[in-house]
Design a protein around this ligand. Sequence first.
Ligand code: NAP
Length: 268
Amino acid sequence: MNTTIHKGTALITGASTGIGAIYADRLARRGYDLILVARNRERLDELANRLTTSTGRSIEVVVADLGAKADVRRVEDILRRDSSITMLVNNAGFGGAGPLLVSDVDKMEAMIELNVTALTRLTYAIAPGFVARGAGTIVNIASVVAVAPELLNGVYGASKAFVLAFSQSLQHELAAQGVRVQAVLPGATRTEFWDIAGRPVENLPESIVMSADDLVDAALAGLDQGEVATIPSLPDAADWNAFEAARAALGPNLSRSQPAARFGVGVA
Ligand code: NAP
């Protein structure tokens, strides 16, 4: 489908395959020009050519390893300089399935570099421009392990809990200045993620695995509906709202001058 509505440019990280490549397809069809970022040039070029032909949008490819400082800085520069950018999709990431005692700590550090540090730096690079222009959208791909860190590798879960908390804080700080923030929390999704994590997706029950197409379509519908956090498989949004309400209910007691009575501190 060709579209003539121009929505500005979306920069998508991890766009060479999986969820990021589907975002590229859907956003081009919605009228965005694209900047596609990942390491695999061949895949990026192939996707860019296909989407240019099918949508007529302008699509730029940036080959970058977001685990490498110099490459992250290069993408930061693009985000600072290109005022046509109206959307950032922080999607690049990888996970693991192994527990702490069998996980290589260097790999855990690399996971934090990509899932947390690069995502943070790219957000810092774009946010001032969005605020100055009074508009912009930041989509951060987290995971359901953000709220269920026992399911897979703990560092992976913790990295995605960071993405969720960071997104909620961003929404809190920037919404009034015209910036939309959404955290997407996919459950198991059929991509190469699972091969890289060391647990082939074929080993999971089919009933818990979503296609990347459905995942992205639901996430974009959630964005359209104004959700700050979207779990594409969650049937009733009231469940998430109840989870958030429980968090908010802790508020008045999160910081007080005295320890709680149940600790017996200061009791003679
Ligand atoms: P995927 O198919 O493995 O795709 C990952 C993408 O990230 C690829 O385009 C890859 O491209 C890119 N990437 C990986 N390392 C990179 C690096 N160092 N620098 C730049 N780009 C890099 O996985 P996916 O399932 O689409 O994952 C996308 C996001 O969804 C991740 O943040 C993941 O944690 C999250 N997620 C996935 C699932 C799931 O079940 N699949 C569930 C919850 C959350 P290159 O190899 O070309 O660099």
